[in-house]
Design a protein. Structure first.
Lengths: 96, 334
């Protein structure tokens, strides 16, 4: 794939991550993994953007902390779901 | 496992997160506030002993995390393309879309009635009022006027037509909340002061209704006419529902009146038509509920008494405020 500009890579990664997020999967874990993939693409994008501000990477670290918190929250909800339903299949959503 | 000190801790962080989000100097601070909002709201609603609440917290987490991560990506694209001043472009559409998804507004509203169905009344109150503050204010910082007017029309129509076939009181209030979101998004496009006024009155009305339903432990419409309710509770319900729908002598008419005034002065005739007609549909289904509650002959059961958990004085005070506040507010300027 021809990349004229590095921004196309980030947009491509972002769209692929969103596409997997909204697709019909069997497991919940795939959805959480796609969320982490989007976070990875934003991490890369942030890194390239902040390189133009003389290597001041502090904002990137704050972003990383918050994304990790969000990922761990998703995993804890996954654990809670497995404890109550027994698996993480999407077909076991029947109540709502 | 959920004791009050947990809830107080997370509530405090929830309040703080909204303040972080609306008072930040950069878009990144706004994103941080939204993330902390998500992080602190999920423990408030998840209760691992219950299948329903696990599913609810899962759906809430998935939609909100997707919206906030998309929001951050659009912030970075805006930063890299240096689009800071012209607000009517595609980047503002994407940013507004992610904020509308966080609020539960119309094209992205499908999670909202489902989640409201799975939460208790107090959590619903938090979700319907406080969680809307920070996406609304962030929306006012960089909005696309044409896109938002289209979204307002969709909100109004979906909020009014979606509530017609509901029997659950929570879903009814959810669709009513979506309709009121349409009014609130328009008011924030006018001025933030007007939005604050609308939002305060709306949250006061919703709090009166939700506290009434919470005290009587009511979740479905058939509980309104099967039980042996006191006449004054039914009257209070009538007043609150009509006030929420925006009928004139009650308090809920005042913010809608100011918005209609603005619409008329600036000649938004088509939009006025949609606002009025959808309000009509909403008042129709409110009156349908109250009608059934007043007119049906209820079962006078000997072994079930509907006990009021607290005394009635607060409820009577709220009815008095709903009826008289619009007239009393004109006395302020004397």
């Amino acid at each position: 794939m021809l990349i004229y500009d590095i921004r196309f890579l980030f947009i491509y990664m972002f769209f692929v991550g969103n596409l997997i997020f909204v697709s019909k999967n069997k497991h919940l874990l795939v959805v959480l993994l796609s969320l982490e993939f989007i976070v990875l693409s934003i991490f890369f994008f942030f890194l390239v953007l902040l390189m133009f501000i003389d290597y001041d990477m502090y904002m990137l670290m704050v972003f990383l902390v918050f994304s990790v918190c969000e990922g761990s929250l998703g995993l804890s909800i996954l654990v809670s779901m497995i404890r109550s339903h027994g698996n993480d299949y999407f077909q076991s959503f029947s109540m709502l | 496992m959920n004791n009050n000190s947990n809830k107080m801790f997370f509530l405090f962080i929830l309040f703080f997160s909204t303040l972080i989000s609306i008072s930040s100097n950069s878009w990144f601070g706004c994103w941080i506030g939204l993330e902390i909002n998500l992080l602190s709201f999920i423990p408030l609603i998840s209760n691992s002993k219950n299948l329903l609440s696990v599913e609810t917290s899962l759906k809430y987490f998935l939609t909100q995390s997707l919206a906030s991560i998309n929001f951050l990506f659009m912030i970075l694209i805006k930063f890299s393309l240096l689009k800071n001043f012209n607000m009517n472009n595609i980047i503002s559409i994407m940013m507004n879309s992610s904020l509308l998804m966080k609020m539960g507004s119309a094209p992205f509203h499908f999670w909202f009635p489902n989640i409201v169905e799975g939460l208790s009344w107090m959590n619903n109150f938090m979700l319907m009022t406080w969680q809307k503050i920070s996406p609304m204010i962030l929306l006012s910082y960089y909005f696309n006027k044409n896109f938002l007017i289209f979204m307002i029309i969709m909100n109004l129509i979906i909020g009014s037509l979606g509530g017609l076939n509901q029997t659950s009181l929570r879903k009814l209030l959810a669709f009513s909340s979506i309709n009121n979101l349409g009014w609130m998004i328009f008011s924030i496009m006018i001025s933030e002061n007007l939005w604050l006024f609308y939002f305060l009155i709306y949250s006061m009305m919703i709090s009166m209704m939700i506290s009434l339903f919470f005290l009587m432990n009511m979740y479905f419409m058939n509980q309104l006419f099967i039980n042996n309710m006191n006449f004054f509770i039914k009257l209070n319900l009538l007043i609150n529902f009509l006030s929420l729908g925006g009928l004139p002598p009650f308090m809920g008419f005042m913010p809608k009146w100011i918005i209609i005034n603005f619409l008329l002065i600036n000649k938004f005739y088509f939009l006025i038509f949609i606002f009025m007609m959808t309000s009509l549909i909403i008042i129709y289904y409110y009156i349908r509920i109250i009608y059934s509650s007043f007119m049906f002959n209820y079962f006078k059961m000997k072994w079930v008494n509907l006990l009021m958990k607290n005394n009635m004085s607060l409820i009577n005070l709220s009815s008095f405020i709903s009826i008289s506040s619009m007239i009393l507010s004109t006395f302020i300027f004397m």
